[in-house]
Design a protein around this ligand. Structure first.
Ligand code: ADP
Length: 177
């Protein structure tokens, strides 16, 4: 039997977390932006942006596609790596939830390949990209439950405000078995 990784919730700023991997809700340019992306680059320092520029030059000339994930150094953050993933923009007319699930799954796959034990996620797409928090939380919790595997032992959701924490707490309670 495989041991399931523990899922934990924290309210706070992901750039203050200590984990093997911190996941960034990036945009496809990989060149930084607002929200959690801006905070990670500010606090992590210029080394992360330099690594992102190298990735653009070598592999992602057209940018990173929605739902994909890629790793860089974590610069000055208290982590080994930052994994950048591009969430989908919320749409009223189109179901993009498979892309949001893909962000969590691909980030975990990259983290596992890097040998990470602990991975911290923000609530991808629920800020500037407009995804409703309750649905974003359900997709996040379900996908992590389904796809986190060794060597990962802990997946931590780092929720910026009370509302996000409450929605993730509900989703986690609903999916605890
Ligand atoms: P997206 O473009 O994917 O929506 P955002 O960065 O705008 O990305 O928001 C994603 C989530 O991250 C939102 O719930 C937002 O409140 C939260 N957030 C913003 N800054 C931080 C931070 N420093 N640490 C953790 N979460 C953050």
């Amino acid at each position: 039997m495989t041991t399931r990784p523990t899922i934990t919730l924290v309210q706070g700023d992901i750039t203050e977390q200590h984990a093997d991997v911190l996941v960034n809700a990036a945009n496809s340019s990989l060149l930084g932006g607002g929200g959690v992306d801006g905070a990670i680059h500010r606090r992590g320092g210029p080394e992360i942006l330099a690594a992102c520029r190298d990735l653009r030059a070598s592999h992602y000339g057209k940018g990173l596609q929605t739902g994909q994930a890629v790793a860089t150094t974590a610069g000055r953050l208290r982590a080994e790596h930052v994994v950048h993933t591009v969430g989908p923009v919320w749409s009223r007319t189109e179901d993009r939830s498979a892309l949001l699930a893909s962000c969590y799954r691909e980030s975990l796959r990259v983290a596992s390949e890097l040998g990470a034990w602990t991975v911290a996620f923000p609530a991808i797409s629920t800020g500037i990209y407009g995804w409703p928090l309750d649905d974003g939380a359900r997709i996040a919790v379900r996908t992590v439950r389904e796809s986190a595997s060794p060597p990962i032992i802990e997946v931590r959701f780092v929720l910026y405000d009370e509302e996000a924490y409450a929605r993730f707490d509900e989703a986690l309670t609903a999916w605890t078995y």
